[in-house]
Design a protein. Structure first.
Ligand SMILES: C[S@@+](CC[C@H](N)C(=O)[O-])C[C@H]1O[C@@H](n2cnc3c(N)ncnc32)[C@H](O)[C@@H]1O
Length: 288
């Protein structure tokens, strides 16, 4: 039996802050590889200003500041508490002199952001209704020869074997399927929503840019995981349960409840087979 949808497709970014921050921190090795690749496409000595669009808590902002040591890096986001985290992180890492934060709502505020040699946008564009207009705006912000790098698509993260010994096998596949429905509804409710084929290379070209390659980077944290990863998994599955509850069958909700029970020997806190595996795709394009 599937319940009525009483879930929400509105994102509560401030509430998600700890999960976003921890998730990006766990991805750090992968994002360092991505930044090193960008350093080949855009030699660090030539990069003076970077915009991290939809920066969230600024994990990538500070990584970019480290990878591009001559650049000022601006964390751009519409959620003030996330920008506060970005500021605090930059201070902790001794990067406050080169990291700034900028409160901006995209796409409307794009033209206020100033010029950049590199624009990074990680998993943020898909939260903007009119992605084509947003990309055109970002392309306008690039200096000649500048590079844009979008993290979009790839493979969604997985955490558990197909059969977890609880409920029906295939829980994560079913979660992924209902998450895709949820995602489409979330997008359809965004202001200015326009449906697009998510062909990032074509969308970048339509924004007047020259595509310069895409690469995928594997995040592979095998079982058994550390307490920090377990805590992230707990937050991830708690959020899935809350957001997707109305779309899941009763037995899947029951399996999720057992996974989330800290005392359950089959729960995420104790099971030895939980892992974190994901692929992040970075699409790049250059302004001629
Ligand atoms: C999934 S998070 C990604 C955070 C970070 N880039 C990362 O990869 O870890 C999406 C971010 O986009 C921001 N965002 C969503 N819609 C936005 C908009 N219209 N204008 C500016 N920022 C937006 C949210 O506040 C959130 O921080």
């Amino acid at each position: 039996m599937t319940r009525h949808h009483h879930d929400t497709t509105q994102m509560d970014w401030a509430e998600m802050a700890p999960m976003l921050e921890r998730g990006a921190e766990l991805g750090t090795p992968v994002y360092r590889q991505a930044a090193a690749w960008l350093g080949e496409l855009a030699p660090p000595a030539s990069v003076r200003r970077i915009l991290d669009v939809g920066s969230g808590p600024g994990v990538l902002t500070t990584l970019l500041a480290e990878a591009f040591p001559y650049a000022e890096v601006v964390a751009v986001d519409a959620t003030p508490p996330l920008l506060e985290r970005a500021r605090a992180r930059a201070e902790r890492l001794g990067l406050a002199d080169r990291v700034q934060t900028r409160h901006a709502e995209l796409p409307g505020d794009i033209d206020t952001l100033g010029e950049a040699d590199l624009i990074w946008s990680g998993n943020a564009l898909h939260h903007i209704g009119d992605q084509r207009a947003a990309l055109a705006g970002l392309a306008r912000r690039l200096r000649p020869g500048g590079l844009v790098a979008l993290v979009e698509g790839g493979l969604t993260e997985r955490h558990l074997p197909r059969d977890i010994g609880l409920g029906r096998p295939g829980l994560e596949s079913r979660l992924e399927a209902v998450r895709a429905e949820w995602f489409a509804e979330m997008r359809a409710e965004l202001p200015g929503f326009a449906r697009e084929t998510e062909d990032w290379r074509a969308l970048l070209a339509a924004a007047g840019l020259t595509p310069s390659g895409a690469r995928s980077f594997l995040l592979d944290i095998p079982a058994p995981v550390t307490p920090v990863v377990r805590e992230y998994l707990h937050t991830f599955f708690t959020r899935s349960r809350t957001a997707l509850e109305g779309r899941l069958a009763d037995d899947d909700i029951a399996a999720l409840d057992r996974l989330l029970d800290p005392e359950d020997p089959q729960g995420l806190a104790r099971r030895p087979d939980a892992y974190l595996l994901a692929a992040h795709t970075v699409h790049t394009a250059r302004r001629g």
